[in-house]
Design a protein around this ligand. Structure first.
Ligand code: ARG
Length: 595
C-alpha cells in the first residue's frame, strides 16, 4: 500500500469516481477536498453540501451515499460524517507510515509534486532594478519573492526562465550623461560607483531644473544616445556594466542566478512592430500625438488611456513591456509569464495584460497565462516607508551586512564557546536567511514592518527558529553516531537496517501528530505554488517545526527497542528532509551543522 504524494488529490479522484457511480458527476458535483482542522481529521470533503443545496437534497444523506461508495478507502482512512454533510478522512497509522517510507528525500518529494505545469515553460521577471541607482528594499522583496516562486514552479515540474528585466534605458540617461561628462569624480566612481551615479543624476536633475539651457543640453544628450551616438553609448554602457556588477554582489549573497538579463534596451528595436500590430488590429488609436489603448469594458481604463507611444514619438515603459510580452511568447514559447513588482504598478500591468490578451487573440498568437505578482511596501517600525536615519534610501548591501552582524550577536550570545570563525560562518548564513524569510513568512500583499529584533530571533516564525530545528535534528543523528542522510538501526548483534524498513507505525499522540503534519507538506507546497504566495509554505514549516518540538519533548528518540527507535528516527529524518526541502524552495540555505 502506498499513498500518492498528495493525499488530497488521491481523495479527490476517489470521490469523483464515487460521484460518477451515483450519477452525480454529470450534474456538476465537485468533491472540494481540503486540509481539515486536525481535531476533525486530516482532510475533509465539503462538496456534498453545495451540491445537495443546489439539487434540493438532504446533504447528510447524500454524503452518506458517497461514503458508502468509498469502501476501498477504508484500508487507509477512518471516514466519518460530520455536521450537515462534511466527510472527514483521518489517515490510519499504517497509511502514515507508508507515506513516510516512500517520501524519503528532496528528490522523491519533488517527483511526487509534478502538476499540470509539468513540462510547461514559464518566464519569471523579478528583481529588475533600474541601473544607475542603488537597489533598495523594494528590490529585495521582488528578488526574494521572485526566487521563491521560481523554485516552487520548478518543483512542480515547470521549466523556469529567470529573467532580470533591468531598467537600463530611459529618460534619466539624458541628465546623467550630461553630468557624467562634466562632473564625474573618478575616485568616487572607483570607491562606490552606484553612489557616484546617483550623485551625478541628482546633480544633473537639479541643474536642469534651475537652468533651461542645461535641460535642453540634457535632452540633446538623450537624443544623441537614442540616435546611437558612439560617445554617449559608451557612457551608457559603462553605467550599465558597473551597475550590473554591483547588483551581482547582492544576487550572489542571495543565491540568485538569472538565466537571462534582457533589459528594457533589448526591446528598443522591437517597438515599431508593436505600434503597427496594435494599430492594425484597431486596439490602439492616436490621441493628442500619442498612441493609446482604451479598454471600453473596464470601469477605469475606458477613460484612462494606456499610452504606448509618447507624443514626442518616443517609446515608453508600456511599449517596451508589450514588446517584452511578444518576445517571451515567440522566442521562449511561454505557457506563463510572471512579473514581480510592488503594488504601485498594478494599473500598468492590468492595462498591459488586457491589451496583450486582445492583441494576441486578434493576431491568433497563443495567449500565455499572465500574472502580476505584487507586494506591499517595507515600512519601518514607525509605520512609514523604511529609510535610513537621515531619511535616505536603505541600501541592500548595508542591510545584509547589518543582518549578518546582528546574527553574529545572536549566535555568540547562544554559543560563546564556538570558534570565532564558525560563529561568523553561521551568522552569515543566518543573517541572509533571516532577511529572506522575514519577507517570505508574510502574505506578500501586506506592507511589512521591518523589525530587526523580530526577524533575527530564535522565537516565532523566523529563519533562525527553523534553522535551529534543522541543526537540532542533525545533532540527534550526530550524537547517535548515525549518518543523517541514511539513518539505520540495529538490534543487538545484527546488521544495521535503514530506519524506514525497521520502523513501525506511529503510536503515541505526538508521533501521530507529527506524522500527520509531515504528510501535508504537499498541500502546503501546492497552495503556495497555485496562489504564488510563498508564505503558505513558510507557515507550514513553522507548524512542522512546532510539531517536531512537541514530539521531541515528549518522546525519547534513542531508546532500546529497535522498532520504536526506528520509527522515531524515521520521524526525525523526514522532518529534517521536509524542513530542508521547504527552506530550499523558499531560497534559503540550510548547510549548517549546529548553531
Ligand atoms: N525596473 C522596474 C522598477 O524598478 C521594474 C520592471 C519590472 N518588469 C517589467 N517587465 N516591467 O520598478
Amino acid at each position: 500500500m502506498s499513498l500518492p504524494f498528495n493525499v488530497a488529490s488521491h481523495l479527490d479522484t476517489a470521490l469523483r469516481a464515487a460521484a460518477a457511480k451515483l450519477g452525480l458527476a454529470d450534474r456538476g458535483f465537485q468533491p472540494e477536498v481540503r486540509v481539515a482542522d486536525p481535531a476533525n481529521g486530516d482532510y475533509q470533503a465539503n462538496g456534498a453540501l453545495a451540491f445537495a443545496k443546489r439539487e434540493k437534497q438532504n446533504p447528510r444523506a447524500l454524503a452518506q451515499q458517497i461514503v458508502d461508495q468509498l469502501g476501498a478507502l477504508q484500508a487507509d482512512y477512518d471516514i466519518s460524517l460530520a455536521g450537515p454533510g462534511f466527510i472527514n478522512f483521518r489517515l490510519k497509522p499504517a497509511a502514515l507510515l507508508a507515506w513516510l517510507q516512500t517520501y524519503d528525500s528532496e528528490e522523491h518529494l519533488q517527483s511526487g509534486a509534478a502538476s499540470a505545469r509539468h513540462g510547461q515553460t514559464w518566464v519569471v521577471d523579478y528583481s529588475s532594478p533600474n541601473t544607475a541607482k542603488q537597489m533598495h528594499v523594494g528590490h529585495l522583496r521582488s528578488a526574494v519573492i521572485g526566487e521563491a516562486i521560481c523554485r516552487l514552479l520548478a518543483f512542480s515540474g515547470a521549466k523556469v526562465i529567470r529573467d532580470n528585466h533591468i531598467g537600463d534605458w530611459g529618460t534619466q540617461f539624458g541628465k546623467l550623461i550630461w553630468a557624467y561628462k562634466r562632473h564625474l569624480d573618478p575616485a568616487a566612481l572607483a570607491r562606490d560607483p552606484l553612489e557616484e551615479f546617483e550623485r551625478l543624476y541628482k546633480l544633473g536633475n537639479t541643474a536642469a531644473e534651475a537652468d533651461p539651457a542645461v535641460l535642453a543640453e540634457a535632452q540633446q544628450e538623450l537624443v544623441k544616445l537614442q540616435a546611437g551616438d558612439a560617445g554617449n553609448l559608451a557612457i551608457w554602457k559603462n553605467i550599465n556594466d558597473v551597475s550590473l556588477a554591483a547588483f551581482q554582489e547582492i544576487y550572489d549573497r542571495l543565491g540568485i542566478k538569472f538565466d537571462v538579463m534582457l533589459g528594457e534596451s533589448f526591446y528598443n528595436d522591437q517597438v515599431e512592430r508593436i505600434y503597427r500590430e496594435l494599430t492594425e488590429t484597431n486596439l490602439a488609436q492616436p490621441s493628442e500625438g500619442a498612441l493609446v489603448v482604451f479598454h471600453p469594458e473596464h470601469p477605469r481604463f475606458a477613460q484612462q488611456p494606456f499610452i504606448i507611444r509618447k507624443s514626442d514619438g518616443a517609446a515608453n515603459y508600456a511599449s517596451s513591456d508589450l514588446a517584452t510580452a511578444l518576445y517571451r511568447a515567440e522566442h521562449f514559447k511561454v505557457d506563463g509569464i510572471i512579473v514581480v513588482t510592488d503594488f504601485r504598478q498594478a494599473d500598468h500591468f492590468e492595462q498591459l495584460y488586457l491589451t496583450v490578451r486582445k492583441w494576441f487573440a486578434a493576431k491568433n498568437y497563443r495567449v500565455p497565462e499572465l500574472h502580476h505578482v505584487t507586494f506591499g511596501s517595507v515600512n519601518g517600525e514607525d509605520g512609514k516607508a523604511l529609510k535610513t536615519r537621515d531619511g535616505g534610501i536603505i541600501r541592500l548591501k548595508a542591510l545584509l551586512d547589518e543582518a549578518q552582524e546582528r546574527s553574529y550577536q545572536l549566535v555568540t550570545g547562544k554559543n560563546p564557546d564556538f570558534p570565532e570563525a564558525e560563529r561568523r560562518t553561521i551568522a552569515d548564513l543566518v543573517g541572509v536567511a533571516s532577511v529572506q524569510y522575514a519577507d517570505l513568512s508574510q502574505n506578500r500583499s501586506s506592507d511589512y514592518v521591518f523589525a530587526w529584533d523580530k526577524m533575527i530571533s530564535l522565537e516565532g516564525n523566523t529563519a533562525a527558529y527553523l534553522l535551529y530545528a534543522v541543526t537540532r535534528i542533525r545533532s540527534i543523528f550526530r550524537k547517535a553516531g548515525l549518518d543523517a542522510g541514511k539513518p539505520t538501526v540495529a538490534a543487538d548483534g545484527s546488521a544495521p537496517v535503514p530506519v524506514a524498513a525497521a520502523a513501525t507505525a506511529p503510536e503515541t499522540l505526538q508521533e501521530t501528530d507529527l506524522a500527520r503534519k509531515l504528510v501535508k507538506f504537499s498541500d502546503a507546497v501546492q497552495l503556495a505554488t497555485n496562489t504564488l504566495r510563498p508564505h503558505f509554505l513558510g507557515l507550514y514549516l513553522y507548524e512542522l517545526a512546532g510539531a517536531f518540538s512537541t514530539f521531541y519533548a515528549a518522546d525519547k528518540v534513542i531508546v532500546d527497542d529497535p522498532a520504536v527507535r526506528a520509527r522515531r528516527l524515521l520521524l526525525c529524518h523526514r522532518t529534517l528532509v521536509e524542513l530542508e526541502a521547504g527552506l530550499h524552495l523558499l531560497g534559503l540555505r540550510t548547510d549548517l551543522e549546529r548553531m
